[in-house]
Design a binder for this molecule. Structure first.
Ligand code: SF4
Length: 449
């Protein structure tokens, strides 16, 4: 017994945690296999953020338990947020799980497995490091853990704990290792990125240090709380010429009605958000915005939903995540109950989604014929690229109209958008790294002649 497979659910923060877990497993002598069916230990890094995330975790556990029929010795290990939050009832409620441990113990995964199931059988590990990240162009890197904000709907502070930074030396060390493995984009993740280091200056210093890492092409900041600090950070990025930070602002507003925002214990207002997004966009005009909205919070009325729709039409966020409120134990808002029926929440979400799809259609029309910097995601078969304005996993991709020989994953090219589907786009390469190198070479040989 020594092989493992990790299924990662939830947000990019969980991906960063899975990587930490992976390192611990490798150190302890376990080896990765490419599919869950072949693993002695199937680890599920779970999510418990909202009802739908919990349902996904439960479904994954149950379907993974089905796999064990063909591999009866396989052990199912539940890790992370769900395991932490429901530690007390897991044994009764999910008996399919053989072993569980919560957040904050990822770096001990190897030791925990060995203690519980016995030491892994010895294997040669050479070459497994490469197996882990073949062709991976982007990777999330965690810069802090926990949150102090106390939003009324959110249980994260109860199981992720208070906010604490990860020292910049550790972050830089992790980034250097990833870049050495071929990663070209780093996505900085946390529960509350703009609080990093206690002041704006410290996050800017970290970004400047990351600019010193050779071959790191793009740096993406995820989860900037929509307050004044986010604008200060973007001002600093522009003033310092930190141009590897991609033109992408992820800032979840969660609602746009001032009344609901107060009830949610969130800061900001409709007017402040409009101002914030407008100001950041004027600093980096090619920047695109991702935000999220939580509909159906207790007390939300039709007029609040209309305000949200106005907001979507006014701010025109290029990317929008929509969630339905669910009552969460141990949250400041728990006592308010969950009075809005599920069907009504779904109808509200649909109304906002419809409004956003109209916005997205207009945005797509404006993009056709425009050129963007894009990273080669996959050069196999029909090549796929991803613009700097799109985050890995969650945002849009660009499918190339024609094969582009000589492209390598992780290289950056200029792509022109030629068409679009509902979300993704089609495009053609206008200039690739190879073109640039050749034109540079002919220019310099011309100069010599
Ligand atoms: S900022 Fe609010 S929603 Fe985000 S993790 Fe903290 S408490 Fe939860």
């Amino acid at each position: 017994m020594n092989s493992y497979f990790i299924t990662t659910l939830g947000c990019p923060k969980n991906q960063a945690d899975s990587r930490q877990m992976e390192r611990s497993l490798l150190r302890a002598g376990y080896r990765p296999v490419p599919v869950a069916e072949d693993a002695d230990f199937h680890l599920i890094n779970s999510c418990a953020f909202v009802e739908s995330a919990r349902a996904e975790t439960i479904e994954t556990v149950l379907s993974s338990a089905g796999l064990k029929r063909s591999r009866p010795r396989q052990k199912l290990v539940l890790v992370g947020c769900f395991a932490e939050r429901y530690a007390g009832v897991l044994e009764d409620e999910l008996p399919e799980v053989d072993f569980a441990f919560g957040t904050g113990r990822y770096q001990l995964a190897g030791e925990l497995l060995s203690q519980h199931f016995g030491a892994p059988e010895a294997v040669a590990l050479a070459g497994f490091g490469e197996f882990l990240r073949v062709g991976q162009t982007a990777a999330p890197v965690k810069i802090s853990e926990g949150c102090n904000r106390g939003c009324a709907f959110c249980a994260i502070p109860t199981f992720r704990g208070a906010f604490r930074d990860i020292p910049s030396v550790e972050i830089l060390e992790e980034v250097r290792k990833l870049v050495a493995d071929g990663v070209r984009e780093i996505d900085l993740v946390s529960q509350d990125t703009n609080r990093y280091g206690g002041k704006v200056e410290n996050l800017l210093t970290l970004l400047s240090e990351l600019h010193q890492v050779p071959e790191l092409t793009w740096i993406r900041l995820l989860y900037l709380y929509p307050d004044a600090r986010t604008l200060q950070i973007w001002r600093g990025i522009v003033e310092r010429g930190l141009d590897r930070v991609v033109p992408y602002l992820e800032s979840p507003v969660q609602h746009a009605s001032d009344r609901v925002l107060r009830a949610m214990r969130r800061s900001g207002s409709y007017a402040q958000f409009v101002d914030l997004f407008g100001s950041v966009r004027s600093l980096r005009p090619e920047l695109e915005v991702r935000t999220s909205l939580l509909l159906g919070f207790p007390g939300e009325e039709d007029s609040d939903v209309a305000t949200v729709i106005d907001f979507v039409r006014e701010v025109r966020p290029e990317k929008l995540a929509l969630f339905a409120y669910s009552q969460e134990e141990d949250t400041p808002g728990f006592a308010r109950g969950d009075p809005i029926p599920r069907e009504e929440k779904a109808a509200r979400l649909n109304a906002v989604r419809e409004a956003h799809l109209e916005v997205l259609h207009e945005l797509h029309l404006e993009r056709v014929g425009r050129q963007f910097q894009a990273m080669i995601e996959s050069s196999e078969g029909a090549p796929i690229v991803r613009r700097a304005q799109d985050a890995p996993e969650v945002d849009e991709l660009v499918y190339l109209d024609a094969a582009a020989p000589g492209l390598k994953a992780g290289e950056v090219c200029t792509v022109e958008i030629t068409g679009f589907f509902e979300y993704d786009m089609t495009g053609r390469i206008v200039e690739s790294v190879t073109d640039r190198a050749e034109s540079h070479q002919s220019a310099s040989s011309g100069a010599q002649g």
